[in-house]
Design a protein around this ligand. Structure first.
Ligand SMILES: [Zn+2]
Ligand SMILES: [Zn+2]
Length: 263
């Protein structure tokens, strides 16, 4: 089985600030999945795009983006499911220490299949905005990685998410410490994301050494923001997984995981 468990359904017709979500657009992602040999896809739009999450954020950049309706998003994916399409309902949860309780209250009413956790910010500084801004302007490379992994470990052990997105995002600009100490991560799956190929680092997330060190179950991910990118470069994702000894992928339903043969 081939799954693509990271993509964004959000559409901005005519460049409108507010994103829209619909089952017809979900169907376009499914069509591309079929063409790319992907059996099942999962939508994981960013939690900070939904106005229901506004109270969780302190960063202005995020507060300005809380424009969409979470109910509209969930309804779109549920309608796609109702049409018999192989889609799952997920969400990309941008993690900050201290938001746990508000986050749990926000997410509890919805029938998530899985929640994807990501660390894009460290103490209010962006990890992936630019190589000379955000956290990179604040701290040395070694310290950035150390703090990034500390946040990732906290997220993994929070119980709030099922999968860690782009687990070694800190390599995005190609800055790496001399030696990397991968953190032990229990109770979560790691995604193998082909999106890193299109970032300055030009590689899949995560490094094979990360998979070997952590030995967590895996999902596959394109991080597509448009239908055309669903399943992009998945030959390489499968190759990376197999090289690291994986024979199964993780499939989620109602936040319960099971393993299915990879391929
Ligand atoms: Zn992300
Ligand atoms: Zn994403």
């Amino acid at each position: 089985m081939i799954i693509d468990y990271h993509m964004h359904l959000r559409d901005r017709p005519g460049g409108e600030a507010r994103g829209r979500y619909g089952a017809d657009r979900a169907e376009e992602y499914v069509e591309q999945a079929r063409a790319s040999g992907v059996d099942e896809i999962g939508f994981t739009d960013h939690v900070f795009h939904f106005r229901q999450s506004l109270a969780l954020w302190e960063i202005e950049w995020m507060r300005e983006r809380c424009t969409d309706d979470l109910d509209e998003y969930v309804a779109a994916v549920e309608e796609a499911k109702g049409r018999g399409l192989p889609v799952k309902l997920g969400l990309e949860v941008d993690y900050f220490p201290g938001i746990e309780r508000g986050l749990a209250e926000l997410l509890a009413p919805y029938p998530w299949d899985y929640l994807l956790g990501s660390v894009h910010w460290i103490d209010g500084h962006a990890v992936d905005s630019a190589p000379d801004r955000g956290i990179w302007a604040e701290a040395a490379v070694e310290e950035v990685w150390c703090r990034y992994f500390a946040a990732l470990t906290e997220l993994a052990s929070s119980g709030h998410v099922d999968v860690l997105a782009h687990p070694d995002l800190a390599k995005i600009f190609g800055f790496r410490p001399e030696a990397i100490d991968y953190p032990p991560l229990d109770g979560v799956a790691l995604e193998i994301s082909t999106n890193g190929r299109y970032k300055p680092v030009g590689e899949l997330y995560p490094d094979p050494a990360f998979l070997e060190a952590v030995k967590a179950p895996i999902t596959l991910a394109s991080d597509a923001h448009v239908p055309a990118n669903v399943g992009r470069d998945f030959g390489q994702a499968v190759e990376l997984a197999r090289a690291a000894g994986y024979e199964t992928v993780t499939v989620f339903e109602g936040r319960r995981a099971r393993q299915e043969p990879l391929g």
